[in-house]
Design a protein around this ligand. Sequence first.
Ligand code: ADP
Ligand code: MG
Length: 327
Amino acid sequence: MSDSGEFDLIANYFTHRWPSRDDVVLGIGDDAAILTPAENSQLVIATDTMVAGVHFDQQTPARAIGHKIAAVNLSDLAAMGAEPAWLSLALTVPTVDEEWLNGFSHGLREICEYYDCQLIGGDTTKGPLSVTVTAHGFVPADHALRRDQAKPGDWIYVTGTLGDAGLALAAQQQRVQISDAHYRRVLERLYFPTPRVAIGQSLRDIASSAIDVSDGLLADLRHILKASNVGARLAVDELPLSMALTESVNEDQAIQFALTSGDDYELCFTVPESKRGVFDTLMSRHPAKPTCIGRLTNEPHKIRLEHDGEQWQGQLEQHGYEHFRTA
Ligand code: ADP
Ligand code: MG
């Protein structure tokens, strides 16, 4: 990093009264961290970046940015069935704005406390606002969830509800009109997503594949279809929708949000028929209880959308967020 004392000050925001773990031999302060990985485990590592003007705008509270950059990384670990342990942070800021740093570090620390993660280091640079977190976690050896093990006939599930974060963004950009109460509810989902860490771990010996929904259900499900060389039939009338969404737009629009808008950070996963009974019992009381939304087919990469058993007649305007899309 730089020679400036300003940046030592920044490192201070990330050390005092933060959670610490026994498996961290040496945390922030040296040239690198020293860690003791759990025995008989495999390390699972994910990195995500959020850039000002791309992933969030000026009105996004600093605390939300701190929360979300950690949450989206833990969501990736959850989709692998991993238990989170350590985070590192690369922070690029245009100026040392103490109020912003306070908010940001609070948001990040809350997540670390909730999931018992330790921030083990990072880097601080001057430049256009951008935050990158790398999350490290564990799975018992050879029990990670992957995208490439799904089979035709497996049931498709999704946790929580879909489309809320997309609705928040649409309302913010005045593409839809919604009530203040619904707006508050969905904005919370856009700003403070909940990574499905516990469900992810409980899927380890049950799910045949898993992914987290960051770019939109169809776009993310497609990754499973490609990796596993299968197709899918989805019942759009079974998609789990919040009251905020169903009361704010018509049915076709709600389905469209649920299928194509990103940023929900729910888990989409597949369960073989043989595990379905155990799974439904295990999940019956869960607050983000997964919903069965369809089944895998043997038509590679093809997604059929059905409503009440018939082909769905709705139109899709977009197919999920892609950074480098040209058209
Ligand atoms: P170096 O010059 O050796 O890279 P730095 O001055 O960049 O060291 O960092 C000093 C210590 O502070 C290191 O342990 C580093 O991991 C930590 N650190 C720097 N920036 C951050 C940050 N934004 N969040 C967490 N730890 C940080
Ligand atoms: Mg450095």
